[in-house]
Design a protein around this ligand. Structure first.
Ligand SMILES: [Zn+2]
Ligand SMILES: [Zn+2]
Length: 322
């Protein structure tokens, strides 16, 4: 892959998480946050006339593209004081967000997704599709990146889809920046930023940290500028995986040697690819786990699980999860 040049244009896909349950707990209201995000987007467009923009919004139930939109559907008010492109972008984003919040769909549309979780995996897949289309149709070199403005909690059900999107982004050389505005750190999105080479930023608005300042200082830099800048690093990233069986974050996992599915306990048959494992080995593991569980010694139980994880690995050349 060629090196980025100063004259190269960028393609930015902004993923807005507008989960209303998450935003209702935020010290920074959604409308104020949107104002700051729009200033950042206008700043990005003003940097280079060739810069391209896509804005997606996601909540618990759906993921929509807010910009670019069909011009016939959006009829923003005429305001000659504002630069035409800014006016169209601003009006499309505000109208789209308003529409999504007003539109209430049946609550059981997405089973398994909790009220305070959003469809981020779906938004990332859509973002990658947009990036593929734009990069294929643009003659000159364009450098793509994604910025996720995350508000909701991680959705363990989305883990597999999310990891697939992250690895697809890595393969396409798409940076994923994460700006966590509300709540606890996101384990999945930290991994997304780390794997794709982007930044993971947490903005604590309750402690007076400014969202706009963070966005302008860190997320505005293009691929060329990033090579000469120092970014705030992430020393502590939680790389734990989620088991495919119960969708729970696990400390020690068992990995199928055929399809790399992760499980929290060893099973005779992989539920993903139906591969059969050595029954003797699985039995040994169960016996070990139950005997050490009886001693109620946490350390011993951990060691037993670790030992069997390795013996499984030896037998089936599997790799034990983190
Ligand atoms: Zn499990
Ligand atoms: Zn498998």
């Amino acid at each position: 892959m060629s090196e980025p040049l100063e004259s190269d244009a960028s393609l930015l896909v902004v993923v807005l998480d507008i989960n209303t349950s998450a935003w209702s707990t935020s010290p920074l209201p959604l409308d104020k946050a949107l104002q700051q995000i729009i200033i950042f987007i206008n700043g990005y467009l003003a940097l280079k006339p060739e810069n391209k923009l896509v804005v997606l919004a996601s909540n618990k139930r759906e993921c929509r593209c807010l910009y670019p939109v069909d011009h016939t559907s959006a009829t923003p008010d005429q305001d000659i004081q504002v630069y035409e492109q800014f006016r169209v972008v601003d009006a499309s984003i505000l109208a789209g967000v308003k529409n999504m919040i007003i539109n209430t769909e049946p609550p059981n549309a997405n089973q398994g997704i909790e009220e305070a979780q959003s469809l981020i995996a779906r938004a990332l897949s859509k973002a990658l599709c947009h990036i593929h289309r734009v990069t294929e149709s643009t003659l000159s070199k364009i450098w793509p990146r994604i910025l996720v403005l995350s508000a909701a909690e991680d959705s363990p059900r989305e883990y597999i889809a999310l990891m697939n999107s992250i690895f697809a982004a890595q393969k396409m050389s798409v940076l994923i920046d994460i700006c966590k505005i509300i709540g606890r750190d996101s384990v999945f999105l930290q991994q997304a930023a780390e794997i794709s080479g982007g930044n993971y930023l947490k903005v604590d608005t309750a402690r007076g940290e400014s969202l706009l300042q963070t966005l302008l200082f860190t997320c505005l830099a293009d691929h060329y500028t990033r090579e000469i800048l120092y970014f705030p690093g992430n020393e502590q990233i939680d790389f734990r995986a989620t088991c495919f069986c119960h969708k729970k974050v696990v400390d020690i996992g068992f990995v199928c040697s055929v399809c790399l599915s992760i499980f929290c306990r060893p099973a005779p048959v992989c539920s993903t690819c139906q591969t059969k494992f050595s029954i003797k080995l699985v039995k040994t593991e169960s016996a070990l786990s139950s005997s050490s569980a009886l001693t109620s010694n946490g350390k011993q139980m951990l060691a037993a699980s670790e030992m069997s994880a390795f013996s499984l690995e030896d037998e089936k050349t599997a790799t034990a999860g983190k």
